[in-house]
Design a protein around this ligand. Structure first.
Ligand code: GDP
Ligand code: MG
Length: 435
C-alpha cells in the first residue's frame, strides 16, 4: 500500500509543491486534497518555474494522473484559466492526466465578495487571500453550495440551487450597503448578485473543465488494488488548521494529516508515509501569532535570499527563526514518518542561527504549545551557520554545520529528515535513502 502524504507543518509555503513534484516521479496518481486557489505551490523543473494554485504539483509530469479531490474548493474561472496557462507553457492537461472530483465544491463570484465583506467587519483581520475560499467552505457546511456535479444538472434546477445559495448573501449585502450609505463603513458597496449571473459564470468556464469532472473513487480503488504509488498533496499547513491551528487566524479547511486524508478520500490505515515539510526557518503570510518572528534586518535578509513573497498574493512573507516546539507538536498530531527540510541553502547564509527549543510562558519554561501562543516568548539555542550547500548532492557532502543543523532538528523532534532542499530547482534536493 504505497500511499504517501505530503503536508505542511508551519504556516504554509514550506515547499510542499516541490516535495510533491519530486515524489511524483514514481507515482501513478497525485491528488490535491484540501484548500482552494488560496494555495500557491511553486515548482522549479526543466529550467522553468511553474506556479500552481489548484492543479496538483504533479501536473508537469504528463505520465502521472493529477487529481483534484473532494476536499478542495475550486473557482471554475481560476481552474479554467490555470489549465489554459499550463497549456500555454507547454504542459499537458488532458483527460488522461487530469481529473476533478464531481464532489469538489465550486467557488463563485459572491464568495469573493463575502471574503471582502467579512474582512471589513472584523476588527481582528485574518488577512485572507480574498479568493473566496473561506466563504465557499462556509456555504458547503451550510449545505447550500454547489458542486462540480451540479454543473451538469438541467439549467433550471441548477439556477434554483444557485438562487438558494445566494439568499443569505443578498440579504446580508442589502443590510451592509445601508450601513455603507450611512457612512458607518468606508468601503465600496457590495453588488447584489443574481442566480442568472452566477449560472452564466459557471457555464462560461464549464466548457473548459467539463471533460475532467469524474467519479474519482473507481480510479483510486483501481490504483490501490494494483498497489500503485499514490501521493496525497496537502495545502496550507498544520498551524492554519481550523481545529488544531492558531484559531481564528486559520484557514477554513483541515490541512492536518487526517483532514488531508479525508479530503482525498483515502482512509488513514492505507497511508504508509506522512512526510511533513518545513523550512529551515519559519515564514507566515497573513496575521496571527508568530513567536519567533524577526521583524528586523535578519528577517529582511532571509526574505530577500529566500524570495519570500507569496505565490498567490505577492505579499511579503513574515519571517522568523525555526520554531522546533511547533514542529514537534505535529509529530503525533500528524503521525509523521519523516521530515523534508527546505531552504537549507537560504538559512546557511547567516553565520549565527537561532532555533526555538522552548517558551517562557506564565513565568515558566515550557516545551509544548499552549492555546494562547501569543503569551509565549521564545527560548533559543544558537547554532553555527555560514555554510554553502552549492556543491553538495548527498547528505555526506554537506558542510559539517549544515549536517549538525539537520541532526539537531532530528534529535529535537524525534522525526528523521529524509529530504533536504538546498535550492529551488528540483535537482537541488538531497534524499537520504537510509532514513
Ligand atoms: P508550498 O506552498 O508549500 O508548495 O510552497 P511555495 O511554493 O509557496 O513556497 C516555497 C518557495 O520556496 C518556492 O518559491 C520554492 O521555489 C522555494 N523553495 C522550496 N524549497 C527550496 C529550497 O530548498 N531552497 C530554495 N532556495 N528555495 C526553495
Ligand atoms: Mg505556497
Amino acid at each position: 500500500m504505497p500511499i504517501k502524504m505530503i503536508v505542511g507543518l508551519q504556516y504554509g509555503d514550506e515547499g510542499k509543491g516541490r516535495a510533491t513534484h519530486y515524489e511524483a516521479k514514481n507515482a501513478s496518481i497525485v491528488i490535491r486534497a484540501t484548500g482552494g486557489s488560496n494555495a500557491g505551490h511553486t515548482v522549479v523543473a526543466n529550467g522553468k518555474k511553474y506556479d500552481m494554485h489548484l492543479l496538483p504539483s504533479a501536473i508537469i509530469r504528463p505520465e502521472v494522473l493529477s487529481m483534484i479531490g473532494p476536499g478542495v474548493v475550486a473557482d471554475v474561472k481560476v481552474l479554467a484559466e490555470e489549465i489554459q496557462k499550463m497549456r500555454d507553457a507547454g504542459v499537458k492537461v488532458e483527460k488522461d492526466n487530469f481529473v476533478v472530483s464531481e464532489r469538489t465544491h465550486v467557488t463563485l463570484p459572491h464568495h469573493k465578495e463575502l471574503d471582502r465583506l467579512y474582512e471589513m467587519l472584523k476588527e481582528n483581520k485574518v488577512g485572507t487571500t480574498g479568493r473566496g475560499v473561506g466563504p465557499t467552505y462556509e456555504e458547503k457546511t451550510r449545505r447550500t453550495n454547489i458542486r462540480m456535479y451540479d454543473l451538469f444538472l438541467e439549467p433550471n434546477i441548477l439556477k434554483e440551487k444557485i438562487a438558494e445559495n445566494l439568499k443569505v448573501y443578498n440579504i446580508l449585502v442589502e443590510a451592509i450597503n445601508k450601513l455603507i450609505e450611512e457612512g458607518i463603513y468606508q468601503e465600496e458597496k457590495f453588488p447584489i448578485i443574481t442566480a442568472e449571473e452566477e449560472y452564466e459564470y459557471c457555464m462560461k468556464y464549464k466548457g473548459v473543465i467539463k471533460e475532467f469532472i469524474v467519479d474519482i473513487y473507481p480510479i483510486l480503488n483501481k490504483a490501490i488494488e494494483k498497489n500503485e504509488l499514490i501521493i496525497i498533496e496537502g495545502a496550507q499547513s498544520f498551524w492554519l488548521d481550523n481545529d488544531h491551528g492558531d484559531y481564528p487566524m486559520t484557514t477554513s479547511s483541515h490541512p492536518n494529516a487526517s483532514g488531508t486524508a479525508s479530503g482525498a478520500g483515502i482512509g488513514p490505515t492505507l497511508i504508509k508515509e506522512v512526510i511533513g515539510v518545513i523550512k529551515a526557518y519559519t515564514s507566515r503570510v497573513g496575521n496571527g501569532p508568530f513567536i519567533t518572528e524577526q521583524d528586523n534586518d535578519i528577517g529582511n535578509s532571509i526574505r530577500e535570499w529566500g524570495h519570500e513573497y507569496g505565490t498567490t498574493t505577492g505579499r511579503p512573507r513574515r519571517i522568523g527563526w525555526l520554531d522546533l516546539v511547533m514542529v514537534k507538536h505535529t509529530k503525533n498530531t500528524s503521525g509523521l514518518t519523516s521530515l523534508c527540510v527546505n531552504h537549507l541553502d537560504t538559512i546557511g547564509k547567516l553565520d549565527k542561527i537561532l532555533v526555538c527549543i522552548g517558551y517562557k510562558y506564565k513565568n515558566q519554561d515550557i516545551n509544548y504549545v499552549p492555546i494562547d501562543k501569543e503569551n509565549c516568548k521564545p527560548i533559543y539555542k544558537e547554532l553555527k551557520g555560514g555554510w554553502n550547500t552549492q556543491n553538495a548532492t548527498t547528505f555526506e557532502e554537506l558542510p559539517k554545520e549544515a549536517k549538525d543543523y539537520i541532526q539537531f532538528i532530528e534529535e529535537y523532534t524525534g522525526v528523521p529528515v529524509k529530504y533536504i532542499g538546498v535550492g529551488a530547482d528540483e535537482k537541488r534536493t538531497i534524499i537520504r535513502e537510509e532514513v
